[in-house]
Design a protein around this ligand. Structure first.
Ligand code: C2E
Ligand code: CA
Ligand code: CA
Ligand code: CA
Length: 276
């Protein structure tokens, strides 16, 4: 089968058609799930620990969607769609409020990290959403961290910088997520008021053997130290990876070795169990 293409030849790809159909279904279901008061959505929390002794440092809030018929829909699938159609603005506001409320039940010296997508920053309103979530929950601002990806910085405008500064003024901290996978220059990073670098998990996969991956993590550590930023390594799964990251001097770790994403009740007991 042949379809009309812009001068070229385009072949009908049944696989592609299926993907499109699935994306449309997910989009439709997402719209009604959000209208339904977000009952199908819930928040999973993944532990973050101090590298030096493995003690609790905080947890990252990760969006989960359990659909009554379709079952679990992974964030890898639905976040992209939610960003494209703008629903991420509502979902982002929802998870922000939920995470701040849940974190109030945690020890006072741990933080909660919430992902903020480029779409949310582009559309504005994040500063207001954060201020309201903090006020409604009573969570001290220094216990909230927002994770931003490098792609947010690519569309950098005056407006973005002023939003980041307004967030800093509220007292929350900012982390650069998925470090090493984007395209922004190092000089760029230095010009944003970021408190932490999260080294992407792709660089853990080759550890401890790969000297290439070791070099990237080492470079991130040097950069972070030089700029006064904390360095967290994501995706640490094995004891060997842990020891290596520790020897490089990275401050914090998040990965299956210390805990998978879990329910609010589970993370609460994890904090209790690990607490002194
Ligand atoms: P991310 O922000 O990089 O989150 C870390 C992802 O890595 C999570 O996948 C987590 O489960 C996974 N992970 C953590 N440790 C390990 C490990 O040791 N090994 C392996 N193999 N994986 C590990 P998840 O929950 O599927 O989320 C995928 C992505 O979806 C997130 O990547 C983030 O970009 C996005 N996402 C999730 N929740 C939200 C949200 O509330 N808002 C926005 N904007 N994006 C979100
Ligand atoms: Ca993240
Ligand atoms: Ca990440
Ligand atoms: Ca990622």
């Amino acid at each position: 089968a042949r379809k009309q293409g812009g001068g070229g030849i385009a072949y009908y790809d049944p696989n592609h058609a299926q993907q499109l159909q699935r994306a449309r279904l997910v989009e439709r279901e997402m719209q009604s799930a959000v209208k339904d008061g977000s009952k199908q959505f819930w928040v999973a929390y993944q532990p973050q620990v101090h590298t030096k002794d493995g003690s609790p440092a905080g947890a990252e809030a990760l969006l989960r969607w359990t659909h009554p018929e379709l079952g679990t829909i992974s964030p890898g699938e639905f976040i992209e769609i939610a960003e494209a159609n703008g629903i991420i603005v509502q979902l982002g506001r929802w998870i922000l409020n939920q995470a701040c409320r849940d974190a109030c039940a945690w020890p006072e010296d741990v933080t909660v990290s919430v992902n903020v997508s480029p779409t949310q920053l582009l559309r504005g309103g994040v500063v207001k959403d954060v201020r309201e979530a903090l006020a409604a929950s009573g969570l001290p601002p220094h216990r909230l961290e927002l994770e931003l990806t490098e792609s947010s910085f690519l569309t950098a405008t005056e407006d973005l910088l002023s939003q980041l500064e307004a967030l800093k003024a509220l007292g929350v901290s900012l982390a650069l997520d998925d470090f090493g996978t984007g395209y922004s220059s190092l000089g760029y990073i230095a010009s944003f008021p970021v408190d932490k670098i999260k080294v992407d998990q792709t660089f853990m996969r080759g550890l401890p053997q790969s000297s290439r991956d070791q070099s990237v993590i080492f470079a991130a550590q040097v950069l972070g130290e030089g700029l006064g930023m904390e360095v967290l390594c994501e995706g640490v799964e094995t004891e060997d990876q842990y020891q290596l990251v520790r020897s490089i001097g990275c401050h914090k770790i998040q990965g299956y070795l210390f805990g998978k994403p879990q329910t609010a009740a589970e993370i609460r007991s994890w904090f209790v169990e690990k607490g002194s």
